[in-house]
Design a protein around this ligand. Structure first.
Ligand code: HEC
Length: 148
């Protein structure tokens, strides 16, 4: 009986050893090691990172797919001139000197390529209508506007 009891006890230990798993001690930072300055610096860096991304986002506006495909094409200014004559001279004048719409000479100094494309396709500045040229037609038109 005593032996059996001893055996049982041994067995119980054995089972306990098999099932017990190493418990990882959670890494605790002692309160005296938590620096408030560190927390403030992390916060400040987070703010700076957010501001930098905001500025980047504002200065690099997303270019839509249509504009991107126009900018990837090379335009023919002669072709662009004939598209201009058909669609734009009524308002901007035969030689783009301006009538209802403004003089377009040097317009590419004032506006980026992407902005010029937007000006033509957006219809955001009435009475100038919203045009829907094919990317190649728009690339031709753009190359004409840029050499004015
Ligand atoms: C119905 C008249 C009209 C027609 C047609 C027209 N425009 Fe315009 N356009 C305007 C007016 C008005 C403005 C000025 C809009 C504003 O900024 O308020 C303008 C502005 C522009 C500008 C910007 C000028 C600047 O100084 O920033 C460009 C570029 C332009 N037009 C190109 C074109 C092209 C290219 C066509 C032909 C595909 C065209 N427009 C057809 C009336 C017209």
């Amino acid at each position: 009986m005593i032996d059996e009891g001893k055996n049982l006890t041994k067995g119980a230990y054995a089972v306990a050893d098999k099932t017990s798993e190493p418990v990882l001690d959670a890494v605790m930072i002692a309160p005296e090691n938590q620096s408030p300055l560190k927390a403030v610096m992390v916060f400040v860096f987070a703010i700076i990172a957010a501001l930098v991304s905001l500025v980047f986002w504002l200065t690099h506006p997303q270019i839509d797919q249509y504009t991107q495909s126009v900018l990837n094409l090379s335009g023919d200014p002669v072709q662009g001139r004939s598209i201009f004559v058909m669609n734009c001279v009524a308002c901007h004048g035969q030689w783009a000197n301006g009538k209802v719409g403004p003089n377009l000479h040097g317009v590419s100094d004032r506006k980026s390529d992407a902005r010029l494309v937007q000006q033509v396709v957006s219809g955001e500045t009435p009475p100038m209508p919203q045009f829907q040229p094919s990317p190649q037609d728009m690339a031709d038109l753009l190359s004409y506007l840029k050499q004015l």
